[in-house]
Design a protein around this ligand. Structure first.
Ligand code: RIB
Length: 312
């Protein structure tokens, strides 16, 4: 397979509990439950594959049968799995409580994800792909080395800082082309209290683009020279899990296809809009056809045509 994007991130089994409203310390009646393959690595890779972007996932899973099922499912979606290593740990797990209206609360078991050390990485990916996606929830030294080596080897480097820990050095983001946090993550990673100052800090250390996910308010994109805002599309919100991951994938698709920045931002917002209308995480991301259909429905004919004709 000719790989366009190498994805470094977590693989989880997500267990969803849909309830009306979360009240700590009380009993709840579940309206519905659902199980899905999750983790930002798996979600982003699956979302890329659904957009027909050839991608390879670098991750660690367990030695158990659930891990095998997860691998088969990733493969079924078209994700390259030959760089996924297994270890003597349980696969990562996330328990997700989703309230009516879509808000979620997560409980994580890191499991095998904690074992994605630099020694587990097959560095030949540097010879093949055009772009690299890294989430910071994997061990910090791996994220750091992958980001630096990818940049030095001329890759487009996209970082989702979710999972950034207090001990992570902000300087590792200096090698990223695009950093895509939500507002809470942005303030946390920069240790700032104002969005503008936080964005400036990232641009000043060398990040080319700061993409800020604003949920129901859409998203902003900042570069040294300009800033852009795109409103969220008006959709019925069922479950917001995985919206940021489909956003990342659609933005990477747009960058690989050399879209204008505003169009790339709009496409990312459109992909996340489709995710929130569905239950689950990786299952909820749209195929390229669904994205084109949605853009047409929303009157975005020109962008829909560009997505349809995209080569990646
Ligand atoms: O971004 C959503 C993901 O975050 C979920 O799939 C869950 O596994 C958590 O890692």
């Amino acid at each position: 397979m000719n790989i366009s994007v190498t994805v470094f991130g977590k693989v989880n089994i997500d267990t969803f509990l849909y309830i009306d409203k979360l009240r700590i310390g009380e009993n709840h009646l579940c309206l519905k439950t659902f199980t899905d393959i999750g983790g930002k690595g798996a979600n982003t890779a699956i979302a890329l594959a659904k957009l027909n972007v050839p991608c390879e996932l670098v991750a660690t899973v367990g030695n158990d049968s659930i891990s095998q099922t997860a691998l088969k499912r990733l493969e079924k979606f078209g994700v390259g799995i030959s760089s996924i290593k297994s270890c003597e740990e349980q696969i990562g797990k996330t328990f997700i409580v989703v309230e009516s209206g879509g808000r979620n609360t997560m409980f994580h078991i890191l499991g095998a994800n904690a074992y994605l050390t630099p020694e587990k990485v097959d560095w030949t990916f540097l010879e093949s792909c055009a772009a690299v996606f890294v989430q910071l929830g994997i061990p910090a030294e791996t994220a750091q080395e992958v980001i630096m080596m990818s940049k030095r080897n001329g890759k487009y480097v996209f970082v989702d800082p979710a999972g950034f820990s207090e001990s992570t050095d902000l300087q590792i983001l200096a090698y990223a082309d695009t950093v895509a946090p939500n507002e809470v993550e942005l303030l946390k990673i920069t240790r700032e209290t104002e969005i503008e100052k936080a964005v400036k800090k990232l641009l000043n250390i060398g990040v080319e683009e700061v993409l800020v996910k604003l949920g129901r308010r859409g998203a902003n994109l900042y570069t040294e020279k300009a800033s852009y805002h795109v409103d969220a599309f008006d959709v019925e919100v069922v479950d917001t899990t995985g919206a940021g991951d489909a956003f990342n994938a659609a933005y990477i698709f747009a960058k690989l296809n050399k879209f204008e920045l505003r169009d790339a931002l709009k496409l990312a917002v459109a992909a996340s809009a489709l995710v929130v209308t569905k239950v689950g995480s990786s299952s909820a991301s749209p195929t390229r056809e669904k994205l084109v259909e949605f853009l047409k429905l929303k009157g975005e004919e020109r962008l829909a045509k560009a997505v349809l004709e995209g080569s990646t």
